[in-house]
Design a protein around this ligand. Structure first.
Ligand code: SAH
Length: 219
């Protein structure tokens, strides 16, 4: 696969912005972001900005994807749960680093498009599910790592409970006010959970339940 020169520029910019983990930078380099954006945004696929996807959702800004992935300290033997598949871009980055990625999305249409993109990129270590991410994936728990890509109102306790008690790490945007959120890193040791506030961000909200969508045949 030939690498788009714009991805090299992007990776250099992420470096300048302080992303130092070379494994993360190389994972970003190995995911063609243009495959995850709508045609009308192709020109901006490698700009360091969030872009709209369907259903009023967004593909996260590359810097935020890289930052949260770095904060996750993901090792190559690890099992990771992602909440909020969206376009599948962050999923693809995680798939380059971890052993297996379990990802949950509440919009079927988004999930179906993301699955197709991951399949086209021959990414085979991702398992997807339509569901309410607040509930996690009990059958597959515990997870070494959990990444939440939609903003929770408060600490997502249901997900903390599915973190490995042996140093499991979850990174999630959590509301500070109605419009502001901080990325929080939770590290679990037994029943103790340490919290670190990492940086201010803006994500779409983590919503309850599976989304209702008009079916294409029956709009
Ligand atoms: N990681 C994505 C970002 C998508 S935005 C990407 O790189 O493109 C956040 C996503 O979280 C949206 O697709 C939204 O539908 C989804 N979401 C919100 N609440 C959810 C929930 N309770 N369970 C699963 N997905 C949820």
């Amino acid at each position: 696969m030939t690498v788009d020169p714009r991805v090299i520029q992007l990776v250099m910019e992420l470096r300048r912005q302080g992303i130092a983990d070379t494994r993360v930078l190389s994972a970003v380099e190995r995911v063609p972001r243009d495959r995850f954006v709508a045609d009308q945004f192709l020109k901006h696929a490698y700009d360091n900005i969030a872009l709209p996807i369907t259903q009023g959702q967004t593909i996260s800004q590359p810097y935020v994807v890289a930052y949260m992935t770095e904060a996750l300290q993901l090792g190559d033997r690890m099992k990771v749960l992602e909440i909020g598949t969206g376009s599948g871009y962050q999923t693809a980055v995680l798939s380059r680093l971890g052993r297996r990625v379990y990802t949950i999305e509440r919009y079927r249409s988004l999930l179906v498009s993301a699955e197709k993109r991951l399949h086209d990129l021959q990414i085979t270590n991702v398992v997807t599910k339509l569901g309410d991410g607040n509930k996690g994936w009990p059958e597959q728990a515990p997870f070494d790592r959990i990444l939440v890509t939609a903003a929770a109102d408060r600490r997502p306790e249901g997900l903390v409970a599915q973190l490995s008690p042996e140093g499991g790490i979850m990174v999630a945007p959590v509301a500070v006010t109605t419009t502001e959120q901080d990325v929080i890193r939770y590290t679990r040791q037994g029943d103790e959970v340490r919290e670190e506030r990492l940086m201010a961000v803006r994500f779409v909200p983590l919503l309850p339940g599976i989304a209702r969508e008009a079916s294409p045949a029956n709009p």
